[in-house]
Design a protein around this ligand. Structure first.
Ligand SMILES: [Zn+2]
Length: 561
């Protein structure tokens, strides 16, 4: 297996006739998926998603891929192919289109509809090209063919890309549910046909590569959902992803069967389910979905609410209900069904919400105590089938952390792919396909780009470190009035502290240390305000660490007397 070396440099120009693949996101992490293909001077982008921040990234809304390496070449981008409508595949598109508005967006009907709703919020009218499975279309030197794949959102596509350098198959996110609600299964016959033609590079979804066996069918959730509805004495409140049309279909069916009426709660849920219903992806029996005002008048045992917030997102409906910050008040006897995954990193937030809901008297049914969720990704067994069907020459695992990529690569090798043909890359790593062989040729910038309120890229790793320091260690401001001629304090410095435990006497010991530092500076002829501020910062910082085992942020202010 080839691994990306940590000290790679900018790759050399691509060999004539070759194909370069660079993932700007999604490799070494779960989220912000984006892969750039380069051939004959043109670029084809597959997916452009966002990553959601974790608790150690305070104040950040979303994280984007770094567009630096393609910024000077946006005119060479022939299209952005969107494999499906999940945020981690389409969420970055508005930000890329801000840099060039008329890049054609290619995707299935539902994918483009979800994306269009998002672009409207950004006031962008995109150039789109709707495709469906079986379609073949060329974008510059890239001949694309689209294949149906099954995933936790309808209308997902894999894309085969033919160039003079060879045939590439990119699965997007997929699994192999043989009995999906819409009967649209992953097109293994298409995969086999491409395999016969000869797949030179196979990019496969690694998310569940460590999970043995096969991902269960969406239909396997029926008994647990049924039970929750049957046993519920009062209202049923369901939380799920606003894009999981099939999961919500199952909930609607159960509500209908148990004589309940349904209302959607939360902006994205209302919007997406409206789109899915209008386009025929969600089948809503007449009279089942009603307005909140109508629902409120019904007896509790005829009520079902479907809302967002299954990941404990603080602003989403479910968290606000848990915090008593929502018009819907959880009361004794309510049943809350969390029909969703538990995305790593969100555990604390989700369990906090579950605990709060339970405290208000709700019976919370979730993945941990009932079979109310199946993954949207292929497990190891499915991946092995794919390798044996496609028989690729080279494999590049995508969509996953290092351990997932590695596990996926190992599966490929077990099915007979030559270890030299399996390349484990991380974000930014250039993988070149030349004469049928893959090699790692360099690396481009692919760090996190933070969206913070209205700014993109304003917040940096350094400013996040400051935020963590402020949150965890507090801040001490030191105002010192210094005589410019003697370098001495004119009066004792003023200390202002926040988040740092202190009383009147706390800073007594640090004053002599500041005086010593200033005296030494005067002897050495160091006198600018900035230099003195640095000295004070160091003296106070060392003292805080030694005397209090804390590392607060120090803000020194030197005023000339
Ligand atoms: Zn997905």
């Amino acid at each position: 297996m080839s691994h990306a070396h940590p000290e790679l440099r900018t790759p050399p120009p691509l060999a004539p006739g070759g194909l370069r693949v660079i993932a700007l996101g999604g490799l070494g992490e779960i989220g912000r998926n984006m892969t750039v293909f380069e051939h004959a001077g043109k670029l084809l982008v597959v997916d452009c998603g966002v990553l959601f921040p974790e608790e150690h990234q305070p104040g950040i809304d979303v994280i984007l891929p770094d567009f630096t390496s393609i910024r000077d070449r946006l005119d060479d981008v022939v299209a952005i192919v969107l494999t499906h409508g999940h945020e981690d595949h389409i969420g970055g598109v508005p930000y890329l289109l801000r840099e060039r508005r008329d890049i054609p967006l290619v995707g299935s009907k539902l994918t483009l509809a979800f994306l269009d709703a998002k672009l409207k919020e950004h006031k962008i009218k995109p150039v789109t090209r709707e495709v469906s499975e079986g379609d073949e279309l060329s974008f510059g030197p890239f001949d694309c063919e689209f294949l149906a794949v099954n995933h936790s959102i309808p209308d997902a596509l894999a894309v085969a890309i033919r160039t003079a350098a060879g045939l590439v198959l990119h699965t997007g996110d997929f699994k192999m549910d043989q009995f999906p609600l819409d009967n649209r299964i992953t097109d293994l016959r298409g995969f086999a046909r491409l395999g016969e033609e000869g797949v030179d590079l196979f990019l496969t979804d690694s998310t569940n590569a460590e999970v043995p066996g096969f991902t269960l069918s969406e239909g396997d959730l029926v008994p647990a959902i049924e039970t929750a509805f049957r046993k519920a004495p009062r209202r049923v409140i369901v939380s799920s992803f606003a894009s999981h049309v099939h999961r919500i279909q199952q909930v609607l069916d159960a509500a209908h069967a148990h004589g309940r009426k349904v209302a959607f709660v939360g902006r994205s849920m209302v919007r997406n389910m409206g789109i899915a219903r209008d386009l025929g992806y969600l089948n809503v029996p007449k009279g089942l979905v009603v307005d909140m005002k109508v629902l409120e008048k019904l007896p509790a045992n005829q009520v079902c609410l479907i809302c967002t917030g299954s990941q404990g997102e603080p602003m989403a409906a479910l968290s606000r209900m848990a915090n008593r910050d929502h018009v819907i008040r959880i009361t004794e006897g309510d049943t809350v069904l969390l029909a969703s995954s538990l995305i790593p990193g969100n555990e604390n937030a989700i369990y906090r919400v579950i605990n709060e809901l339970t405290r208000w008297g709700a019976n919370v049914v979730h993945k941990g105590n009932a079979k109310v969720h199946v993954s949207g990704h292929a497990s190891a067994g499915e991946l092995v089938y794919c390798y044996n069907i496609v028989r690729p020459r080279n494999v590049m695992p995508v969509h996953g952390e290092w351990r997932h990529l590695r596990a996926n690569g190992d599966l490929a090798i077990r099915t007979g792919v030559h270890p030299k043909g399996v390349v484990i890359a991380e974000d930014g790593v250039a993988v070149d396909l030349v004469d049928g062989r893959v090699s790692i040729t360099g690396k481009v910038p692919a760090g996190n780009v933070y969206v913070d309120g209205m700014t993109v890229g304003g917040a940096t790793e350094a400013s996040l470190k400051d935020r963590r320091t402020l949150a965890e260690e507090g801040v001490i401001t030191v105002v010192a009035i210094v005589d410019a001629d003697t370098g001495r304090l004119v009066e004792p410095p003023d200390f202002l502290a926040r988040g740092f435990v202190h009383d009147d006497a706390t800073f007594k010991d640090v004053v002599p240390l500041i005086e010593q530092a200033l005296a030494r500076a005067a002897e050495e002829g160091v006198g600018s305000a900035i230099q003195l501020e640095q000295l004070i910062s160091r003296a106070v910082g060392n003292w805080a660490h030694r005397a209090h085992r804390r590392s607060p942020m120090i803000i020194p202010v030197v005023v000339d007397a």
